[in-house]
Design a protein around this ligand. Structure first.
Ligand SMILES: NC(=O)c1ccc[n+]([C@@H]2O[C@H](COP(=O)([O-])OP(=O)(O)OC[C@H]3O[C@@H](n4cnc5c(N)ncnc54)[C@H](OP(=O)(O)O)[C@@H]3O)[C@@H](O)[C@H]2O)c1
Length: 217
């Protein structure tokens, strides 16, 4: 399977790209600029030489032409990015890892889009796409470091059980991560808005903590 990452040149998108490539998938690192994508892929290949990663640079259109696509732009660029790619994304799973948040004084705070979440806004803009959410709470630095042992749970949501199951399988390809179904797109608001609280936690305790769900057996 080929995975494309929109905004794959940033810390979050390149981290997901590297982990999925390490799991054996071919990954298109997407960007608004093919040249920038090529530079980032070169850096990643240098850093992880010998790991056998298949990372391919592309523009966001090429990334959207993959079999499954991850959306990893800042929230303010998410809708404009996907709006141009509706045809490429039609019928596919699009996994949003986008959080709407801002720095307010000394703190990071959640921003609530009019639809309640970025994922719902994206789903409304792409009625023919199977929009899901995952990876929101994973700090990019650890996720992008193949030498770092991950131990985290990932909240996965979508309005379609088969889509959620496929995304949970995708998450499970990454050692140390477990994906769990936390419901439909209506859960996106809570999932996205939790992220700034985790960022605050990590700043307060000088950590790179993520989430672990207990009690599931
Ligand atoms: N950083 C983390 O630890 C982390 C963890 C989990 C989830 N997330 C979420 O993942 C998303 C990306 O995070 P990030 O830290 O990687 O962000 P980022 O570095 O600010 O942006 C990622 C990439 O998006 C593209 N981009 C920037 N502004 C854009 C715009 N206005 N329109 C379209 N594309 C734009 C850029 O790529 P090009 O210039 O190459 O197009 C950039 O490299 C965010 O929504 C964030 O909340 C982040």
């Amino acid at each position: 399977m080929r995975v494309g990452v929109l905004g794959g040149t940033g810390p979050a998108g390149s981290a997901v790209a590297v982990r999925l490539a390490a799991s054996g998938l071919e990954v298109v690192v997407g960007s608004r600029s093919l040249e920038k994508a090529a530079g980032v892929v070169e850096e990643l290949a240098d850093r992880w030489t010998g790991r056998g990663l298949t990372l391919v640079p592309g523009d966001n259109g090429q990334a959207a032409s993959a079999d499954l696509v991850v959306l990893a732009t800042p929230w303010e660029g998410a809708l404009s990015t996907v709006a141009d790619l509706a045809a490429e994304l039609s019928g596919k799973i699009l996994v949003s890892m986008v959080n709407a948040m801002a720095r307010w004084g000394q703190h990071f705070v959640p921003l609530l889009p009019p639809t309640g979440s970025v994922a719902v806004a994206v789903a409304r803009a792409l009625p023919a796409t199977r929009v899901a959410g995952a990876f929101h709470h994973l700090p990019a630095r650890e996720l992008g470091d193949l030498g770092s042992n991950l131990e985290a749970d990932v909240m996965v949501f979508s309005d379609d059980r088969a889509t959620t199951d496929e995304v949970i399988s995708l998450v499970g390809r990454i050692p140390g991560l477990r994906g769990f179904d936390v419901g439909g797109l209506s859960s996106a608001m809570a999932v996205e808005a939790l992220t700034p609280a985790l960022v605050e936690l990590n700043r307060r305790y000088k950590a790179h903590a993520s989430l672990r769900i207990t009690g599931l057996g």
